[in-house]
Design a protein around this ligand. Structure first.
Ligand SMILES: [Mn+2]
Length: 171
């Protein structure tokens, strides 16, 4: 499976349009983990994404949580604001165990996360608009999943891979 993960663009829909145009036909899924701040007029663009609601998504109907299966991988999407993600991923680990998913995607903290714990991959693509943290970088992520390994590559707003932000996990 190859997928794009993006989050927390907070109303910057042109960057989502760019991402869709750039990767259309090359990936199995576009995932959005919330705070796109979609409007009704964004429906055509929004339809490209498997998306969940963030705490700032008031104008567009989205589920709080979604579990989808793509190419044999069970993927859970949540924004994370209801799962204490500012304090780490413990809640998400419980959620993964309860739902028996392979991959958990989240957003909200505007910082990149790529961790593989107890056979579950956790990814936060960062924010493509308002990065936070000690070395803030605008980003989205490309996830490549095979039976042998997961590869997570963080990509900047110019669509270039961010140096030293490629992670490989042997399954
Ligand atoms: Mn948020």
């Amino acid at each position: 499976m190859k997928a794009i993960i993006v989050s927390d663009n907070h109303g910057n829909q042109p960057i989502l349009q760019e991402i869709v145009e750039k990767y259309s036909g090359q990936v199995d899924a576009f995932f959005h983990t919330g705070d796109a701040e979609w409007r009704a007029s964004d429906a055509d663009l929004a339809h490209h994404f498997i998306a969940v609601a963030g705490n700032n998504d008031w104008y567009y109907e989205l589920p709080d949580e979604e579990i989808v299966e793509v190419k044999g991988f069970k993927v859970l999407l949540t924004h994370g604001h209801r799962h204490n993600v500012y304090f780490g991923i413990n809640h998400l680990r419980e959620l993964a165990q309860r739902t028996q998913v392979d991959i958990v995607l989240f957003g909200h903290i505007h910082q990149q996360v790529a961790q593989y714990i107890d056979d579950v991959l956790f990814v936060n693509p960062g924010s493509i608009s308002y990065p936070r943290g000690q070395r803030p970088r605008k980003s989205y992520a490309i996830l490549e999943a095979t039976s042998e390994k997961y590869t997570v590559t963080f990509i900047d707003e110019k669509h270039e891979p961010i140096k030293e932000m490629r992670y490989e996990f042997v399954r």
